[in-house]
Design a protein. Sequence first.
Length: 246
Amino acid sequence: MKTPNDLFNRLKKLMPTEVKPKFTSGEELLAWNQEQGRLRSEAIVRENRAMKMQRIMGRSGIRELHMNCSFDNYRVENEGQRKALSLAREYAAGFDNSISSFVFSGRPGTGKNHLAAAIGNDLIIRGKSVLIVTVADLMSSMKGTFSGGSDITEERLLQDLSTVDLLVIDEIGMQSESRYEKVIINQIVDRRSSSKRPTGMLSNLDPAGMNALLGERVMDRMRLGNSLWVRFDWESYRSRVRGDEY
Ligand SMILES: Nc1ncnc2c1ncn2[C@@H]1O[C@H](COP(=O)(O)OP(=O)(O)OP(=O)(O)O)[C@@H](O)[C@H]1O
């Protein structure tokens, strides 16, 4: 059997003298080859992940508006924000192998999406798949699978939603959720928690309101492990957003 050194010596003979190879021995050639294989398989995983997001929502996992939200550009002006920021950072840092979900509830414009996107952006950099989606978008994707022209089934979409590393469901309670919406959210949270995948929820309702809306069964699953529940009860930041800060 040919060794990496035999192969390297043959390559050397074939190579024009002015070409400087990236390696100088058979061992280096082998290591280079293995590294290229590793980089290629990482690229394939990334491509598959991006394709999955496109398939689920027709876009990347975090909306453009929130792509630049980070822990560093979340401004702290009161104790509540300081605590929320620190808990969100801790949540992201401890995400690997964790089953813990999070619920950010409270007033509009207080940074629930900002901190959820900061968690998501941090995880994406670490190679995780993240999808932040509103209930309305979720339902229109589900309903889209019923149309004759759709090439994705309801089951496939549910499966995709249940297997992203972090799914964040936004605007819970914006409309009076229909029975179908409750069943779908129930199924997604159920599937995700039984396969040990965490879910994030963002809502203007308080925990009691979320319980009344989605039911004890779903909200109990959101408490698995060391889950994070934060109340955002300060003034809206929206009037201060200029649009060019990040
Ligand atoms: N503490 C903060 N520092 C910097 N930017 C902030 C802060 N809080 C909120 N923002 C910005 O204000 C805007 C509104 O915040 P965000 O969308 O996170 O609010 P929300 O709590 O999710 O609101 P809603 O309940 O209405 O969806 C965003 O552009 C966000 O980046």
